[in-house]
Design a binder for this molecule. Structure first.
Ligand SMILES: Cc1cn([C@H]2C[C@H](O)[C@@H](COP(=O)(O)OP(=O)(O)OP(=O)(O)O)O2)c(=O)[nH]c1=O
Length: 197
C-alpha cells in the first residue's frame, strides 16, 4: 500500500531558537525535542569530525524516543587552526575568544544529521574574516551578553554583525544550520518538503 510521505513526522533535535526559525522559514512542520549530550571533543579531534559526531549523536538520541519520525540535528563549532572554540563559559573567556578571532580568518563548521529509516549526515565549512577589533569594541560586545551560548562567542546575525568583514561560503551555516545543504540532505533521504506535498 502507498503511504503518503507527508504523514511522516519531522522532529528537530535542538534547543536552538536559530535552528527552529530556519526550519519554520522553509515551511516545514515539525516538533522540537532537544538532545542533551556530552559535547566534550575527543583529544585531537578535528572540527569536521567533531561536528559530524555530535550531530549524529543528537539525532540518534532523539530518534530512539521518536519511533517512525525523521529526526534532524546539527552542531556548530568555530575553529582557529586546530583549536576548537565552543561556547564561552564566562565574560573573560568570551573576551579571549574574540581577541583570538580579531583581524583574522577562522573556520565555522556545522554538522547536520538525519536519523530515521536510515541515517544521513554532512558537514559544511564557511570561512569568516573578522575586522581588527579594539579592546573597547570587544568589551562593549561582551557586555551586551550576546556571546553567551554562541560558538566562538559571537552571533553574526545579531549585534555581532559589526565584527565581521567578510564571509566565504554558506552564511546560514555560521548561524547553525546550512539551509541549502540541509534541504538537499532531506530531499535525498525522502523527507517530505513543503513544495512537494
Ligand atoms: C558563530 C555563531 C554561532 N551561533 C550559534 C549557533 C548554535 O546555536 C551555537 C552553537 O551551539 P550548538 O551546540 O551547535 O547548538 P545549541 O547548543 O545552541 O543547540 P542544540 O545543540 O540543542 O541544537 O552557536 C550563532 O547563533 N551565530 C554565530 O554567528
Amino acid at each position: 500500500m502507498h503511504t503518503h510521505a507527508d504523514q511522516t513526522l519531522l522532529v528537530l533535535a535542538s534547543g536552538s531558537p536559530r535552528r527552529r526559525d530556519f526550519l519554520s522559514q522553509l515551511g516545514l512542520t515539525f516538533t522540537v525535542s532537544a538532545a542533551d549530550i556530552d559535547e566534550t571533543p575527543h583529544p585531537g579531534e578535528e572540527a569536521r569530525a567533531y561536528v559530524l559526531r555530535l550531530a549524529r549523536e543528537k539525532a540518534r538520541v532523539v530518534a530512539a524516543r521518536s519511533p517512525g519520525a525523521w529526526v534532524l540535528a546539527a552542531d556548530t563549532t568555530v575553529a582557529v587552526g586546530t583549536e576548537l572554540l565552543g561556547k564561552p563559559q564566562s565574560p573573560d573567556e568570551a573576551r579571549e575568544m574574540l581577541g583570538r578571532l580579531s583581524g583574522k580568518t577562522h573556520d565555522v563548521f556545522t554538522g547536520v544529521a538525519l536519523a530515521g529509516r536510515h541515517e544521513e549526515a554532512l558537514a559544511v565549512h564557511t570561512r569568516v574574516t573578522f575586522r581588527a577589533l579594539s579592546a573597547a569594541e570587544i568589551d562593549w560586545y561582551v557586555s551586551t551578553g550576546e556571546p553567551v551560548d554562541r560558538a566562538g562567542a559571537y552571533a553574526i546575525q545579531g549585534k555581532g554583525g559589526f565584527l565581521v568583514a567578510s564571509v566565504d561560503g554558506s552564511p546560514t551555516n555560521v548561524v547553525g544550520l546550512p539551509l541549502g545543504e540541509t534541504l538537499a540532505l532531506m530531499e535525498r533521504a525522502g523527507v517530505p518538503l513543503a513544495w512537494k506535498r
